[in-house]
Design a protein around this ligand. Sequence first.
Ligand SMILES: Nc1ncnc2c1ncn2[C@@H]1O[C@H](COP(=O)(O)OP(=O)(O)OP(=O)(O)O)[C@@H](O)[C@H]1O
Length: 268
Amino acid sequence: MADTAVADGAATTEKVAESAPTVVVDDVHLVYRVHGAGAGKGSATSALSRIVARKKATGITEVHAVKGVSFVAYRGEAIGLIGRNGSGKSTLLRCVAGLLPPTRGKIYTDGQPSLLGVNAAMMNELTGERNIILGCLAMGMSQEEAQTRYTEIAEFSGLEKMSPGILSRPMRTYSSGQGARLRFSIAAAKTHDVLMIDEALATGDREFQLRSEARIRELRAQAGSVFLVSHSMKSIRDTCDRVIWLHDGTILADGPTDEVVAAYEKGR
Ligand SMILES: Nc1ncnc2c1ncn2[C@@H]1O[C@H](COP(=O)(O)OP(=O)(O)OP(=O)(O)O)[C@@H](O)[C@H]1O
């Protein structure tokens, strides 16, 4: 990652290479442009007057969701992203995952970032079984490897124990928590360079949360970086050693979990 080395100093010695940067976010801005969302568009009166006048809704509203965010993530780190609703956490993750091009600024990543649930594309009409296999294939496994990993993933999800026969039913019949468990189980079956998890742990029960947290620690140990967005300070404390607190699209604090979470809990 030549660009990162420039941004972070020459990473030539072995010691530095051990804690090599995996993600560099440099003054990133993200502005959403919402078409046809001009003032008064949502009101019944304005909609009626538009219909009567046969006019289309016009205007573009801009939402500046991420405002000049910069940080460097290192190999082996688990970073929690916290902040109140709408502070820009998911938007930032989607930028790092390469799903949203930043409006301004640059992002450098070493390896393939995986945003949980997106890479393992789930098909609602297909059964859980088929989705496990498809998810594995989507993450680059061979058909053989996918078959081998199947049992491990199904067991990790714990879904069959909870509701026998569920894996042979279409995913559209799953509760949102059951779907999230399966997505996490599929994504966690692979070692990721950069794994990003958006609220996955909040949906499972306590037993599944503990298993997920243990798996996140394993993934970190396998030299990747993990980002976790969560409103559960318990999950953040149990899983992350560093926390970035986003507020209104900017970084309010970035540091050791205990310090940042304490400040967040005091300040909100
Ligand atoms: N597709 C979109 N189009 C326009 N605005 C958006 C879009 N997605 C998010 N926003 C806006 O961007 C801002 C940041 O949203 P984002 O989802 O990143 O916040 P968040 O911190 O993840 O929130 P939460 O904790 O509620 O999940 C919010 O003001 C939101 O309304």
